[in-house]
Write a protein that binds this ligand. Structure first.
Ligand code: ATP
Ligand code: MG
Length: 246
C-alpha cells in the first residue's frame, strides 16, 4: 500500500481539494483508495455527505498513536492507496501522518506566505527521512509569478527543482470549487476539462515518484544487505586469522 499525505502549515492552499481530486484520479486509474481525514474541520467528511455515492470511504483518524496500527490494518486488507488530508498548522496527527507516509505532498499557492509556510513541513519530512514534493496550486495560467514561486520553493528545499516540484502545476479554476460543493471530484464534475487533465497528470507524476522512491528504498536495502554480508565475511577472516596465529 502507498500512503500519501497532503500537508502544509498554511490554510486554504488546497490540501483537501487535491486529496479528493487525486483520490478519484487514482481510483479511475484502477487503484483501491481510502481518504483519511485528520482535520477536525471535516472538509472531506462534509464532501462525502454531499456525495450520493459511497464508493470512496472517508475515515477520520484524529490521534497520532492510531496511525501506524490503522495503516497496517488497511495494508493487510489489500488496500492499494491511502490519501491523508491534514489540518493547517503542524499537529501531532500531521507529524504522524508524515512519518508513516511514502510521499508528503506540500501544496502551495504562488505567494510568499504560502512558500514560507512550507518550511516546517519540509523539516518534519526530512526529520523522518520521508520523500516530499511541492504542488504549486491555484496558479494563474501563466506568468512570471509562477517561475518566481517555483524558484523560491527550490531554494526552500535546497534541491533540484525537477526532483521536488510536482508537475503539472494546478491552475486556479472554478471547477475545483464547484466539484467540491457538489460532492464530486473534479474528474467527475468536468471529465473533459483542463482541471481534470491537470489532476490526472499530477496523479501520474505521483505514481512515477512513488515507484522511484520504492526503487531507492529497495536499492538501500540491497546495499545494506551487501554491506552486512561483507562485514560478516571480514569478521570471519579476522577470526580465522586469530585461530591461525594462536
Ligand atoms: N486549483 C484551484 N482552483 C480554484 N480553487 C481552488 C483550487 N484549489 C483549491 N481551491 C479552493 O480554495 C479553497 C481552499 O482549498 P482547500 O479547502 O482544499 O484548502 P486546504 O489547504 O484544505 O484548507 P485548510 O487548511 O483550511 O484545510 C477552497 O474553496 C477550494 O475549493
Ligand atoms: Mg482542508
Amino acid at each position: 500500500m502507498h500512503t500519501i499525505v497532503l500537508a502544509t502549515q498554511k490554510g486554504g492552499s488546497g490540501k483537501s481539494t487535491l486529496a479528493i481530486g487525486l483520490a478519484l484520479a487514482a481510483k479511475q486509474a484502477g487503484f483501491t483508495v481510502r481518504l483519511i481525514e485528520t482535520d477536525p474541520q471535516g472538509t472531506l467528511s462534509n464532501w462525502s455527505r454531499r456525495r450520493n455515492n459511497h464508493d470512496v470511504v472517508v475515515e477520520p483518524i484524529y490521534h497520532a498513536a492510531d496511525f501506524a496500527p490503522r495503516l497496517k490494518m488497511l495494508a493487510d486488507s489489500g488496500l492499494q492507496l491511502a490519501i491523508v488530508d491534514t489540518a493547517a498548522g503542524l499537529s501531532a496527527a500531521t507529524t504522524a501522518a508524515i512519518r508513516y507516509s511514502d510521499l508528503c505532498l506540500i501544496p502551495a499557492r504562488p505567494s510568499v506566505a504560502d512558500i514560507e509556510a512550507t518550511a516546517s513541513t519540509v523539516s518534519v519530512a526530512r526529520a523522518w527521512k520521508r520523500p516530499y514534493s511541492f504542488v504549486l496550486n491555484q496558479t494563474p495560467i501563466r506568468g512570471q509569478r509562477i517561475d518566481n514561486a517555483a524558484n523560491a520553493l527550490a531554494e526552500e528545499a535546497a534541491l533540484d527543482l525537477a526532483d521536488v516540484l510536482a508537475r503539472p502545476l494546478i491552475v486556479m479554476r472554478n471547477d475545483h470549487q464547484d466539484s467540491l460543493a457538489s460532492g464530486l471530484a473534479v474528474s467527475e464534475f468536468a471529465p473533459s476539462g483542463k482541471s481534470t487533465e491537470e489532476v490526472r497528470g499530477l496523479w501520474r507524476w505521483i505514481e512515477t515518484r512513488l515507484e522511484l522512491s520504492a526503487g531507492n528504498l529497495l536499492i538501500d536495502q540491497v546495499l545494506s544487505a551487501v554491506h552486512e554480508v561483507l562485514h560478516a565475511a571480514s569478521g570471519l577472516s579476522a577470526g580465522e586469522t586469530t585461530v591461525l596465529a594462536s
